[in-house]
Design a protein around this ligand. Sequence first.
Ligand code: ZN
Length: 407
Amino acid sequence: MRSWPAPDVPRLPVTGPPVRLFDSASHSVVATAPEDAARLYVCGITPYDATHLGHAATYVAFDLLNRAWRAAGHSVRYVQNVTDVDDPLLERATRDGIDWRELAERETELFRQDMAALRVLPPDEYVGVTESLPLVIAEIEQLAAAGATYRVDDDVYYSVASDASFGEVSGMLREEMLHVFPERGGDPDRPGKRDPLDALLWRGERPGEPSWESPFGPGRPGWHIECSAIALEFLGPSFDVQGGGSDLVFPHHEMSAAHSQAVRPQAPFARAYVHAGMVGYDGEKMSKSRGNLVFVSRLRNDGADPMAIRLALLAEHYRSDWEWTDAQLTEAQARLDRWRAAASATAGAPAEAATREVLEALADDLDAPRAVAAIDVWAEASQRDTASAEAPGQIRTLVDAALGVRL
Ligand code: ZN
């Protein structure tokens, strides 16, 4: 489907260092060693509600990765899905009395506008599950041929016993998996399953629900196989980074990897699994079920500068769990004003140290707070002393290319 317009990325005068990231699977910071084209898959939204700050923090985090890889001299091939048919979307459409396709398109369009406003680089392939039925069906057929599937009534399940490395993405013990699985869409108690952790691949047609023809009967895809099929089609196996929020590590990323690895045991699904922390509000994780969402579009409609929203997100490390407060937006706006004042002066402090520090910080597991601090130091130095000054054009280029903030 249509992505969103790409912001300019100005060319940096220097090359950044190789990028290292915290990999959830190995539980350590690892060197990403992409080829010329680095390959990134980030799980997209289920478009039944507007983009909240938790989403925005995740997509801005992987946007920093995109920019850090580019700064290090790579081209980036970036793929993102849209779960444009799934239970929550259908439930919301029924509740609101509108067509599920209309709801999906409306909320996807709002997401595009939010991402464009935040200067997030668009994926090269932005792919809806409703566009991907042939891919999903072909993957399930391969799993069936490998003996990794079985039926319960009209539904097809994936047997977790068919991937020897199952569990290595999340590192969770079985007990923990059993605890988390039902909270995140799993159905451990369904009679007829071989293992409570087995995941739904194909949901047979239910009355009143959309469905597509397949060799397994009419129905629609499960969530995890959707991302496996789309990532494999557009990136191939063993792509560089599978990204998403930390609530996706299990079962979603574990299962997507397991689906792929059951038919490709020699090739890990992704080389690294990278997860952004959760954003809280009013003492709880921001989530639809808790109803404590702060929407990007609402902040924008209330007059917030999207660059201040982005800067507020950059002030936190992407892996931390943190809590949004309105004061953070005020602070970010004040910081943006200071940076803009310094960058629009005819002369400022030398840019070389700040440039090196920002690129090193980003390459070091996307340490945006350290990068932001480096620009603060530059802005303060520019205000103090302009005697040995240079034109601040390079800082504007740096902040735009590396941090995605237009001054
Ligand atoms: Zn996904």
